[in-house]
Structures are given as structure tokens and as C-alpha cells.
Design a protein around this ligand. Sequence first.
Ligand code: HXC
Length: 519
Amino acid sequence: MENKQKVKNLIDLRAQAKLGGGEKRIASQHAKGKFTAHERIEILLDEGSFEELDMFVTHRCNNFGLEKEKYLGDGVITGHGTIDGRTVYVFAQDFTVFGGSLSETMALKICKVMDMAMKMGCPVIGINDSGGARIQEGVTSLAGYAEIFERNILASGVIPQISAIFGPCAGGAVYSPALTDFVLMTEQNSYMFVTGPKVVKLVTGEDISTEDLGGADVHAGKSGVSHFKVENEEEGMMLIRKLLSYLPQNNLEEAPIYDTKDPIDRLDDVLNTMIPDNPNLPYDMKNVIHAIADNGEFLEVHRNYARNIIVGFARFNGASTGIVANQPNFLAGVLDCDASRKAARFVRFCDAFNIPVLTLVDVPGFLPGSGQEYSGIIIQGAKLMFAYGEATVPKVTVTLRKSYGGAHDVMSCKQLRGDFNYAWPTAEIAVMGAAGAIEVLEGRAIAAITDPEEKAKFIAEKVGEYNQKFANPYQAASYGYIDDVIEPRNTRFRIIRAFQALQTKKVVNPLRKHCNIPL
Ligand code: HXC
């Protein structure tokens, strides 16, 4: 064969590989409102930056006549490219080839880019759109999954791992995304479950739709499996790009600093009147976050899950910062099982990747009741305490209003190695709220008063006394548990100053194989 012909053959083969399972299946993918794997990568990465690997790989299975049906690339597109000029490794399952099902060779391709991402210290992004294990292959595909899982585990806390779910993701396949740092799902077309509706019906008799069992609403709102819910794939891709802008390439690097042009000493007078005089009235903590962060920008994680606590990324003087904040606007900002777990995971992510943590506190306590106790609020709350206590990144805490009891300790208090703990003058730092405290301390005296008017007067007096003593930040400040009481409008400047002073922080935890966080 002439060399010219060899080059032409290569060009033809590359064109063939690009077509995946063929034009008919591509049309069917488009008809469902889905992009192909190639299109997804093009949208995700910087223009023209993608370098594909292993496009000539085909499966090696001879069962069920599969030897007669081979597609170049074998159902997954892998390679590397850049996002905002920084290298990332990617894999995107191609539903047009055997429904994106995972074969032995597909697993090898995915493992190869994961290994390269680890070696180079770069994030890995997986786009999932797959019918699960390639049924014709049997156990080799199961082994392939396990190879991927093991790599997800070893990469955890070393390089950021992001999973986009743009189609089916069912059975054991769900565990790779679950092992990664962030999962995002599209409102239409994406679902995740361990067992599908048909098996659910067979085993338990429950009649449930795919959407209700494992759609984006379920996992972004109820289970917390998905950190983000997006309207469509393009929005998902843009979100991944934005998310990466807050992250370092790996655990040995810092997140990039951006010139946000927002003056560090920008005052916001609104903050001085943000807290209502009535302590039982809510306000929106997001307004505080928007007021203090660079240009008001905040990338919220887990927006629809456990809304009584807010977590996400912002910048202060251009530096990426993780924010954890109680949300008085939802369940009064109480700490429950879901909120504790959500925040714990986020704090641990930030700590693993050298992202400082800002904690904004307004918490009435842990949610009481049998429901919470049976769900293990003790263990769940301990997770958050553990996460804060073990974190060695710079930690700045600002208490805006309530900070009661165990929840005070958990929310990055001084003794959990909070570096700078500030309070607004509206802060109330105490063992418990006044009403509950008086009930305990004066219960007998209250019971002895028969006249209702007198009883109410007595309680009001005692509550007043208690509030006078404890509903302020000054008792905590007098012990040095609060480093300073700050004017609310000056919060941004004080936070930035604090993080600047903590830039050289070096704390090393005791040597051990690994900690034993209460899981
Ligand atoms: C091989 C598969 C496949 C699979 C789909 N296909 N899933 N081929 N192995 N697992 C093929 C189909 O034969 C079809 O081929 C093409 O992909 C598209 O599939 P359709 O069914 O036409 O598409 P759609 O109607 O959109 O339905 C998608 C689907 C469905 C819901 C994912 O295909 C499905 O239920 N697939 C099986 C899912 C499953 O049970 N997987 C195994 C789970 S167990 P043609 O040639 O017609 O285009 C598992 C264990 C993992 O994954 C354990 C890890 C630890």
C-alpha cells in the first residue's frame, strides 16, 4: 500500500471513530435532547484543546456474536485537554456504542486516563451515560468497574474528581460517581439507582417511576447523592468549568488566585441592620454571603439538599474560600442529620484541597426528637465536629446571632482549632436559648405559681435576666473564645485580613494510618 493511501486510511479510520455507533444512533441521541460524547467534550474543554487517546481500541468479546460488532473507541472517549488553560483528564461514555455499557476494554481506557491524571496531578472529569455492565461480557466488565472504583478511592483527596450524569447510571455503576468529589445531574434524561423500577416492583411491590426513584430532583434534593442539578448539559459543562476555577489541580497545590477587582475594604452598611430585633425572626444568610464575597459571587454546592445549612465556594481578595453557613431562613438554621453530613463532607473536601474555610454561624442547636435520634444525629453531628476538628486549613468563624450548646462547639469554635473567631454584637453564645434554660433552672418555681399572669411575668423576668447575661458575645469574648466583636458592615475586610494573616499557617496532625471518622 502506498504511503499516501496509508495516510488516507488513517483519516478514514479517525472519521469512523468519531461516528461511534453510527449516524442513526447519533440522531437518536440528539432526539432525546442529549449531546454525543464527542460533542460533550468539545463543549466542556477550551476550544481545540482536546487530545484523544485510544480511539482504535475495540472490545475483545466473542460471546453472543459480539465479535461481529465492533466500534472504534468501544463506547468511551478518553483523553486530556484544558479548562481555562489548566490540564484536565476526561472520559465520556458514548451511548451510541452498546448503550455506553462498560466492557473490559472501556474500563482499561478509563483507568488509563485516571492513572495519568494521578501521575500528572490533574483533575479527572467523567461523563456518565451508560446502560451499566456490558451484559455480553460477564465478569470482565464487573472487574473493570472494580478497577475504576479502586482508582477513585486512591485518587480521593489527591486530585479533584467530578462526575457528570447525562444519561442512565444504574446498578453498581453508580458507585464510581459516588466515590468522586462532586456529582451533577441534568433535570431531564439522567438517573441513578442501585436497582431500577422493574426490580423494585418485583422485590418490594413498590410502583415507582424512573424519575421518582433516581432522577435529578431526588438526588439533588432528597438523597444528597448529587451536588448539583442543572437544566441541561450545556449548563452542566459550564458549571464544571466554574467549579474547577475554585479548585487547585491537586492536594499539593493552592487554588488559583483571580484578580476580582473588588476592594478589600468595601463596607456594606446593610449588614449593620441585617439581624432582626426579634430573635425568632429569620433572615436570608445568602444575603450576607453575597454582601461579603468578592463581587457577590457564590457557587453553592448542594443547593437543594439540607437547606438549613449552606455550603459553597466564594472568593475573598481573589482567593478561593469554602463557606459553611447556617441558614436561619430554613428550619431556623438548625443542625440535623442531613445538614451535619452535608457540611462535614464539604469541610473535608476543602481541607483535602487546601481551601480555607469561612464559617458563618447562626444556629439554635441540634434538631431534637426521636426521628433525629433514630437517624443517628449523634453520629452525624460528630461527623461535622470531626471534620472541623481535624481540618488544618485556615479557619475563620463569624458568629452572627445564635450559637447554642453542642451546635456552638461543632460550628468551628475556638477549641476545635478555629484560627480567628469573630462575633457580631448581635451574637448570642450560650449553653441554650433563654426559654429552655429558664424551664430547666426555674421549673419548680414556675410550677408553684398558680396565677397565669404572675407566671408569665416571672418567666419574662427570668428570661430577661438570662438574656442580659448570655444573649451577647461578650462573655465568650471575655474568655478569649471570641477573638473580637466586629462591626457587621466591616465583616468582609476583617475576613480578608484574617485569611491573609493565616496564609503561612502550618499545622500537622499526628501521624496515623488514617483517622476513624464516625461514618
Ligand atoms: C450491552 C446494552 C446494555 C448493556 C444497553 N445496551 N444496555 N448492551 N450491555 N448493559 C444496548 C442496547 O442493546 C441497544 O443496542 C443500545 O444499547 C441502546 O439501548 P436501548 O435499550 O435501545 O436504549 P434505551 O431505550 O434508551 O434504554 C436505555 C437503558 C436500557 C434503560 C439503559 O438499555 C437498559 O435497561 N439496559 C440494560 C441495563 C442493565 O440492566 N444493565 C446491567 C446492570 S448490572 P442497539 O444495538 O439496539 O443500539 C450492572 C452491574 C454493574 O451494571 C456492577 C458494577 C459493580
